[in-house]
Design a protein around this ligand. Structure first.
Ligand SMILES: Cc1cc2nc3c(=O)[nH]c(=O)nc-3n(C[C@H](O)[C@H](O)[C@H](O)COP(=O)(O)OP(=O)(O)OC[C@H]3O[C@@H](n4cnc5c(N)ncnc54)[C@H](O)[C@@H]3O)c2cc1C
Length: 377
């Protein structure tokens, strides 16, 4: 079935308010848009979300269900790139965001930690450096040399304490309901072809990798990437007690409470053709996912769901959050480079803060102007 497993459960109902005029219009009803709407509505602004599909039907309801702290880069690399203090602050803020998400998520989020596996000696050296940097800066990590027999081909792992697993669609639908309870309106099935269609003083582009055509400069800076996922039949044996990922996050899997394995990745098996916003599965990547299931389980289970989703990559693996230069009243929060569950929640709130005139050191790191070429108009 091409519908993501996450979207097959009944949606939390939300009571959208029909508003006459609004202060802010948000394009995108995913984790970012719903988090932003909730923050702005709670601050007393009149907010409307518009989406061409339904709530959580973009990447937010199609992902691997990992809720990890940190950014998309390795932590040791982040320290070298952004500086130790900035990297530490960035990672700490994502941990805080995860804590703040917990009460809103209810049973859509658990915190079993996550296991970052090394496939070979080279990757082991890399994640060992990451482990040491994380430990030095006080983050909750444990090194694992001894792995269970099922993972015996891996060469060590970092156990990240406190990381989460989410039912992402349930989570975002709850955020949407909370935003509506705070006064927001959600209009689904409405495609925005041009920002000129919108009349609010502020417009937030919260479309991650799927908003092509809205603004040329964002199209140039946020590249769409396709991720493909499978969900198996429920297995009778519980094999994985937290989200697992390997090969720099190219392969990721977790076992759900009902016993299903959700496995995604292998984008690098066809990296160029996966740089697309065409939301379809392909034989090549699905074949790689099937082969990995056999490797992992020793037998081929029935696969009940196969789906694709689109996320937004940036060249420095840091999202764009804040004003779009040269476009008064236009804001963006997007480009999480495959790590949008926690960052999307955090950045939705951050862009809301920016609109409300509140400063934040993260907004400096995420400043859109660093990657946007502004065309003279
Ligand atoms: C296969 C896959 C696996 C992933 N795994 C993980 C993971 O395990 N952990 C993690 O943290 N992140 C993961 N990610 C990334 C994460 O899912 C995204 O970064 C995050 O969901 C982005 O949320 P968003 O709200 O910004 O955008 P989206 O959820 O993509 O929502 C954007 C919305 O904008 C709407 N839209 C776009 N253009 C228009 C328009 N012109 N008019 C109206 N509406 C429009 C779309 O319909 C869509 O609903 C994964 C992504 C994919 C695709």
């Amino acid at each position: 079935m091409a519908t993501p497993f996450w979207l097959t459960e009944e949606s939390t109902p939300y009571a959208s308010h029909a508003l006459d005029g609004v202060d802010v219009e948000i394009i995108g009803a995913g984790i970012t848009g719903c988090s932003c709407a909730l923050a702005l509505a709670e601050a007393g602004l009149r907010v409307r979300i518009v989406d061409q599909r339904g709530v959580a039907e973009g990447a937010s309801g199609r992902n691997g269900g990992f809720a990890l702290r940190g950014g998309a880069a390795r932590y040791d690399v982040a320290r070298e790139t952004y500086g130790v203090d900035v990297a530490r602050m960035f990672w700490q803020r994502t941990e805080r965001a995860l804590d703040e998400l917990e009460p809103l998520a209810g049973d859509a989020l658990t915190r079993p930690g996550s296991l970052r596996l090394a496939t070979d000696d080279e990757e082991r050296d890399e994640i060992r450096a990451e482990f040491e940097a994380l430990q030095e800066d006080g983050f909750g990590v444990e090194w694992r040399d001894e792995l269970p027999p099922r993972l015996s081909t891996f060469r060590g792992a970092i156990h990240h304490l406190g990381d989460g697993a989410v039912q992402p669609a349930r989570l975002v639908r709850r955020l949407a309901a909370a935003a509506c309870a705070a006064g927001a309106e959600i209009r689904t099935g409405v495609r925005i072809e041009s920002l000129d269609q919108l009349e609010a003083e502020h417009v937030v582009i919260a479309t991650d990798g799927s908003g092509r055509g809205l603004l040329q400069e964002l199209d140039d800076a946020i590249w769409p990437a396709r991720g493909q996922v499978v969900a198996t039949e429920p297995l009778s044996e519980f094999l994985f007690d937290c989200p697992h990922y390997a090969r720099n996050g190219f392969d990721y899997w977790q076992q759900l409470p009902d016993g299903r394995i959700v496995l995604g990745g292998f984008r690098d098996f066809s990296i160029l053709s996966e740089m697309t916003d065409d939301e379809v599965t392909t034989d090549e990547i699905q074949g790689a996912l099937d082969a990995f299931l056999v490797e992992l389980l020793g037998t081929m289970p029935r696969v009940d769901y196969r789906w694709a989703g689109i996320f937004g990559l940036t060249q420095d693996l840091v999202p764009l959050v804040g004003p779009v230069p040269g476009r008064n009243g236009t804001w963006v929060a997007a480009g999480y480079s495959g790590h949008g569950n926690v960052m999307g929640f955090m950045c939705g709130r951050l862009v809301a803060d920016a609109i409300l005139g509140r400063s934040d050191p993260l907004l400096e790191l995420f400043e859109p102007a660093r990657l946007l070429q502004v065309e003279p108009r």
